[in-house]
Design a protein around this ligand. Structure first.
Ligand SMILES: [Fe+2]
Length: 611
């Protein structure tokens, strides 16, 4: 039985295909169209999923859409009518958008996927999030917490899932507590994201990265705009916000009166914390003080978010009495909050969908249909995250030949890895292209950039060569799973799933930050990825080789893309990024691709979209 899950038309469109309950393929549309956060119809991702199984749309038993467009339309309509005339623009845009294609998704699916109407099912947005976690986790019973911006009406939910192996009759998802629009932790965080000069639905993790440069001095002010009950439910004071009646503004003048003027997008970020010697080239004392305030605001909203998440999670524990927790929804990508859930909540085991945002809804919708609507037994555990497209050696050769770059094929991978290690040890930067690309927003060793993490200067080197990003965006450490406990204080890193998917931030052990300065964020934390040999042998082996050479089982891992672009998917994307950046070598399958000397100079950042 083939079931295709589809999510689209909000952000991060995606498709996922199940064959008899096993995930065959899943991908976000942006990887194919090269348009970051592409929210259009995911025609490329669907085609890729069908091709992976060698089928056409006619072979599908069901296509499941991840939310209910008519209910969502009702929410937009009712909330904009409630704030009319301030919302006249939202109202107008909603009418145009929804009557265009969003409301008629059934027709679009019938036409584009070539299926009949009775094969198309719809699930609730938060049910899709819940199922993407519950039925991909290894748990047979778990508490569920979902948190995001908004789906139809729901913005967060608490419930319970059961997933039985063998007899599918017990597969259930019950979400009994919910928060409803406009009371939304995701939208609250997004409003601060916009105030701090970042793009909504894109720059939320930058707020998280900026927070450690500040002190949570504005917590009282944050609690003026949001009331938080002991059970984690929230009530937002809409006097400060405009997202319920505007498509462009999330906060209003009253918010500015409370938190000060918003930060200029793309302005330089420096303060006495980032530059204690005031040696930033554009140093201006007033600007530095202003930036410090922004960092303090970031620290405050981050702290309040963590408190709300912990309260919700504790409520889920109280109400279910279960020892296991699953989470999904965009807020579940807040890896600092997730780290605290792992360390401070009563749950013994936690599983989080790595595609926690709306792309993951495609997988959740398909899993929900298979297990709950059709009552089929559990088959699948999402042990790893490599569900995207892979490319043959012939395709790699064709792309490399077309690029005109020098390359060499290695029959013995150990020799290939030794060459790559030599490059890394010379403080050069490797592009790493292996196997199927990742599902969700994180590069986990299929499409990564790797470098030596030991010296703090490596941050600047990687930034100059490729990323051009702000100092508050830390680079991540990848660490051999069995040695993660030596470096980080969080318990159970070698047993639990979230660190495999780079979903938690943990404090380093006291003496370790100095050993890996390029991946230690201010305040002594790291968003690590733990790796096992069985899921990605070459990736494991390069880190292991680095450990054999230096004693340190850690590499710097960052996503293989230029700023503002999606992570690379094909060999062509990878080579284009290689040619347009200061990456020194690419390990692509069994090939080592190099650059002529004249191409190795660092490149200057061109005009890029703020990502
Ligand atoms: Fe969502």
């Amino acid at each position: 039985m083939f079931i295709l899950g589809v999510s689209c038309f909000y952000h991060d469109s995606a498709a996922a295909l199940l064959k008899d309950g096993m995930l065959v393929a899943a991908a976000e549309e942006e990887r194919f169209t090269r348009k970051k956060h592409d929210n259009g119809f995911p025609g490329n991702a669907i085609r890729f999923c069908l091709d992976s199984a060698g089928i056409t749309g006619q072979d599908l038993d069901y296509v499941v859409f991840y939310e209910k467009p008519f209910v969502k339309f009702e929410r937009i309509l009712l909330s904009s009518l409630g704030t009319f005339p301030r919302s006249w623009r939202v109202f107008g845009e909603a009418m145009i958008n929804y009557f265009d294609e969003k409301l008629w998704i059934k027709n679009t699916l019938m036409r584009e996927v070539n299926v009949t109407a009775e094969k198309i099912l719809f699930t609730d947005h938060h049910i899709s999030h819940a199922a993407s976690a519950m039925f991909a986790s290894p748990f047979d019973k778990a508490a569920i917490v979902t948190m995001d911006g908004v789906g139809e009406w729901t913005t967060a939910s608490i419930g319970k899932g059961t997933a039985q192996w063998g007899d599918g009759s017990e597969n259930t998802i019950e979400l009994w507590d919910e928060l409803r629009f406009p009371h939304s932790l995701g939208l609250l965080y997004s409003a601060f994201t916009a105030h701090l000069g970042f793009r909504v639905n894109n720059g939320e993790y930058k707020v998280m990265g900026m927070a450690p440069y500040g002190e949570p001095k504005y917590i009282d002010e944050v609690y003026k705009v949001v009331r938080v009950a002991d059970d984690g439910s929230i009530e937002i004071n809409m006097d400060y916000f405009s997202y319920h009646y505007s498509t462009t503004d999330t906060f209003n003048q009253k918010f500015v009166d409370l938190f000060g003027p918003p930060r200029e997008p793309e302005s330089e970020f420096y303060s006495l914390v980032t530059h204690p010697k005031k040696d930033h080239p554009q140093w201006d004392h007033h600007m530095a003080e202003q930036n410090q305030k922004y960092a303090d605001v970031a620290a405050s909203i981050q702290r309040v978010t963590e408190e709300i998440v912990l309260k919700m999670v504790n409520t889920a524990h109280k109400k279910t009495g279960l020892g296991k927790l699953v989470m999904a929804g965009g807020v579940a990508l807040n890896s600092v909050a997730n780290g605290r859930v792992m360390r401070e909540s009563p749950f013994k085991e936690v599983w989080i969908q790595p595609a926690a945002g709306d792309s993951g809804g495609a997988l959740g919708a398909a899993l929900y249909a298979y297990h709950v609507i059709l009552g089929q037994p559990r088959q699948f555990v999402q042990e790893h995250n490599f569900w995207g497209a892979e490319y043959s050696e012939a395709q790699m050769v064709a792309a490399i030949e077309a690029s005109g770059l020098p390359y060499k094929r290695f029959d013995d991978v150990e020799v290939l890895l030794d060459r790559a290690l030599d490059t890394i040890l010379q403080e050069k930067v490797i592009g790493w292209f292996q196997g199927r690309f990742e599902w969700g927003p994180r590069a986990l060793g299929s499409r990564s950039i790797l470098a030596d993490p030991r010296r703090g200067e490596m941050k600047e080197i990687v930034n100059t060569k490729i990323k051009f990003r702000e100092p508050f965006r830390p680079f991540a450490p990848v660490i051999l799973e069995e040695r993660a406990g030596e470096y980080f204080t969080t318990e159970g890193l070698d047993k639990q799933y979230p660190p495999r998917f780079m979903l938690i931030v943990s404090p380093f052990r006291e003496d370790k930050c100095d050993q890996v300065q390029a991946v230690c964020h201010v305040g002594g934390t790291g968003r690590m990825q733990t790796i096992r040999w069985e899921w990605n042998p070459l990736y494991y082996r390069i880190v292991e080789k680095f450990a054999e050479a230096t004693g340190i089982p850690v590499l710097l891992n960052t996503s293989y893309n230029l700023r503002g672009e999606p992570i690379v998917a094909s060999p062509q994307d990878a080579l284009k990024t290689f040619a347009n950046s200061g990456i020194d070598q690419v390990v692509m399958g069994p090939f080592l691709v190099s650059k002529p000397d004249h191409m190795t100079a660092p490149v200057k950042p061109g005009p890029v979209e703020l990502d």
